[in-house]
Design a protein around this ligand. Structure first.
Ligand code: NAD
Length: 319
């Protein structure tokens, strides 16, 4: 039986990844500094460890009878723009420690395949009408925020260890991921979850506030599609970073409208100043498409599923 370690298994994407690996028949160990908030873990083993500490990385990576076949590194101190914009020091400090120790220890332990979850935040800002940029266009680098700079550094750490050790390194640069069983309140939630919460909490005919002016362009990827892409990439021979996200570009105004439709409510939208991030995103998906991966869930369908889940959380919190 193949064995996988999922770091960040208490989080949104890590939790979904554990479920996918279990469905595939893997023996899975999850590790996180906190347990999963919304669903009991389906991992065979779950370790509560702070992966900023080298010793804890060693503990997480030690299994009887040899090393893990696959290690997925998704642990990170992160959140939406509201969090990233005020927690620069925590993001740089905590995530660099996690990635330095995990990559080093995985290589030394003899892990066969190592996956690192990077982000399209490593790219510079773009104009709405710019043609797609490819993975190589990340350099010369000018990320919009410190979260992106740390991801770029961690990519390079992972690639250097992949050159020195017999460890296959795979890196995906995720576009915004959304879906059920993710953070939906408390300040770390990302735009799709925040909008679902605000609209679920609002009365029919009410008003919601949205940061920015609605024109920022993003790609939103449903979590099940994303974890399918992670696993396809991990088992491929695609070296170097790979953009991973849907082809469906949407403005924030489009996203707001999609959530309103999912809710069935009549809403007034008031745009207010707030941390928005870059103007536009447009990335080539040719590398990930070369593996035959393509997203199956449209924004409309994915938001409908996400809205239902967040609405249920809101109702449970209010009762
Ligand atoms: P998440 O916050 O839900 O999950 C991250 C997990 O890491 C959390 O459960 C957290 O407790 C854990 N963690 C933080 N510090 C830790 C530590 N010191 N030791 C052990 N565990 C620790 O985030 P997510 O949305 O599931 O993201 C997973 C990965 O994907 C992250 O690396 C993130 O940067 C990356 N990513 C996510 C998105 C997105 O849209 N969600 C986009 C781009 C990249």
């Amino acid at each position: 039986m193949k064995r996988a370690l999922v770091c960040g298994a208490g989080g949104f994407i890590g939790g979904h990844l554990v479920q996918k690996l279990k469905r595939e028949g893997y023996w899975v160990r999850g590790v996180d500094i906190t347990p999963h908030e919304f669903a009991p873990t389906q991992a065979d083993e779950f370790l509560l460890q702070d992966l900023r500490e080298l010793e804890n990385c060693r503990r997480a990576l030690t299994v009887p009878g040899g090393a893990f076949d696959e290690v997925y590194q998704l642990a990170a101190d992160m959140g939406g723009m509201g969090f990233i914009s005020v927690a620069e020091c925590e993001v740089l400090h905590n995530n660099a420690l996690i990635n330095i120790h995990m990559t080093h220890t995985a290589a030394e332990t003899g892990v066969a395949r190592y996956f690192f979850s990077s982000s399209v935040c490593i790219y510079r800002d773009m104009q709405p009408d710019e043609p797609p940029v490819t993975e190589d266009d990340a350099i010369p680098a000018n990320p919009d925020n410190e979260y992106g700079w740390e991801k770029l550094y961690a990519e390079r750490v992972a690639m250097a260890y992949g050159r020195r050790y017999p460890m296959q390194v795979r890196i995906a640069r995720f576009e915004n991921c959304y879906g059920p069983e993710g953070t939906w309140t408390g300040g770390r939630e990302k735009a799709p979850a925040a909008l679902c919460r605000k609209i679920a909490e609002a009365d029919d005919g009410g008003t919601i506030e949205v940061w920015g002016d609605g024109t920022a362009i993003r790609v939103f990827t449903y979590v099940e599609d994303l974890v399918d892409g992670i696993v396809a990439l991990m088992r491929s021979d695609l070296d170097g970073p790979v953009n991973l996200g849907s082809e469906e570009r949407a403005t924030v105004a489009d996203l707001v409208q999609t959530v309103i439709e999912a809710s069935g409510k009549r809403m007034t939208v008031k745009y207010v100043p707030g941390p928005v991030g870059v103007h536009a995103r447009n990335f080539s998906k040719a590398r990930i498409a070369s593996l035959g991966w393509k997203p199956r869930v449209s924004l409309r369908e994915g938001i409908a599923r996400t809205y239902l889940w967040i609405e249920a959380q809101v109702m449970a919190a209010q009762s």
